[in-house]
Design a binder for this molecule. Structure first.
Ligand code: ZN
Length: 396
């Protein structure tokens, strides 16, 4: 993608009619070697290669664990953590009630990252969280550098795999935005583009070979790399699509044509976004899930109200949500927030594979999103009697 982008960045003196489509571009690489030892030193090589061969692009490298640092949080306060409340009637298979409390973590960013991923039980949940963290970092870097577009090098093959895998993971509501070719809706100030969506992964291999750039390739590594097909949903879908494509070469292009036709739902609400994956989600998922989930908790409604009331009690403006939490157990209980309300269905399903330690070590951007949105909801409920409902008037 870098090589193709370069071709649009300059106009040769003989090409009078050609215009410079991309005035400037930056390359952002996220180093995952803390999680995957086999990728160690690859980012140094990549930085060296890119700086030498693509001097027209500025290069930024970030380590994955920097997501815990002040640069990747909005207000720089990284001392808030989410805590899973274990035991009690509220804690059913799905319902993870959490409270956010203040804690000064003494651990290094590397340790925090390892702790987060080591205590997640399923590979699918690990892969999703890894992608969500990378996406959050890319968005933050793009905003910092004043970029209007993010180019993601998803090939047609990758698009087809993502589309099927995301649908099976329960991301149907936001899938047009997750895999869309030109997504300018989920972020107000940014467009996510996938310029390589028409090229098969095999064709990219050929292009790299004939352009003599195979030397710059860094092999991607993930939790399911070199693992059996049943390791994760993504891995299984990859195996499925690639094996059909071998027999029926039009499989990927057929799925990709369907991806092009997908549009977000007309009544999609962009003001409410998932705290983990940053995508909009459907309201009242909890209600819907109650109808499809068998649970032995009888007073679920009651506990919901309890946590809502708790939310209303934490209104310290200086420290954000729960900043003024007391030390005694009683007052901490009142600060309980149901984080499920701030997550999309797919992330809610994933979070049940997180152990308590993982929930506690979720990156600060998740906590910030939960705190900000719960504060907004609280404010809205306080002033709702003074708001003029315009939807009813329109109908009349
Ligand atoms: Zn989500």
């Amino acid at each position: 993608m870098v090589n193709l982008t370069k071709n649009f960045m300059h106009v040769g003196p003989t090409e009078l009619k050609k215009i410079q489509l991309i005035p400037e571009a930056i390359i952002c690489h996220i180093d995952e070697s803390t999680l995957f030892d086999s990728t160690a030193n690859s980012s140094e090589k990549l930085a060296r290669d890119l700086k030498q061969n693509y001097p027209q692009c500025e290069y930024f490298g970030h380590r994955l664990e920097e997501v815990f640092g002040p640069e990747f949080t909005r207000n720089g306060a990284v001392d808030k953590i989410l805590r899973s409340t274990s035991g009690g009637v509220e804690n059913t298979d799905y319902e993870h009630y959490m409270k956010c409390v203040q804690s000064n973590s003494q651990k290094s960013q590397t340790e925090q990252l390892k702790q987060l991923f080591n205590s997640i039980k399923k590979t699918t949940a690990k892969e999703d969280l890894l992608w969500n963290i990378k996406m959050e970092m890319l968005v933050t870097v793009a905003r910092r550098e004043g970029c209007a577009y993010i180019f993601i090098a998803d090939s047609a093959t990758r698009q087809a795999i993502k589309m099927i895998a995301m649908t099976s993971k329960g991301r149907g509501y936001s899938v047009p935005l997750d895999v869309g070719v030109d997504n300018n809706q989920s972020f107000k100030d940014l467009s996510i583009m996938r310029p390589m969506k028409d090229i098969l992964s095999k064709e990219i291999g050929f292009y790299n070979h004939f352009s003599n750039i195979t030397g710059f390739e860094t092999l991607p590594y993930n939790y399911s790399t070199m693992m059996p097909a049943k390791t994760s949903i993504d891995r299984l879908t990859e195996e499925f699509i690639v094996s059909i494509e071998r027999e029926f070469p039009s499989t990927v292009s057929t799925i990709c044509r369907t991806v092009l036709k997908l549009t977000p739902s007309a009544n999609i609400n962009f003001t409410k976004t998932c705290a983990i994956c940053l995508m909009p989600f459907e309201a009242d998922i909890g209600e819907w899930r109650k109808h499809i989930t068998v649970t032995d908790v009888l007073d679920a409604d009651e506990s919901m109200t309890k946590s809502k009331e708790g939310c209303g009690d934490c209104s310290s403006p200086a420290g954000g949500c729960c900043g003024g939490g007391g030390d005694d157990e009683g007052s901490k209980k009142e600060l309980q927030i149901d984080v499920n309300k701030f997550l999309c269905y797919s992330c809610q399903v994933n979070i049940k594979d997180y152990s308590e330690i993982s929930i506690e070590s979720l990156p600060p951007y998740v906590t910030e999103a939960v705190c900000d949105q719960s504060r907004d909801n609280r404010l809205l409920s306080q002033i709702k009697d003074f708001l003029i409902e315009d939807s009813d008037d329109d109908e009349k």
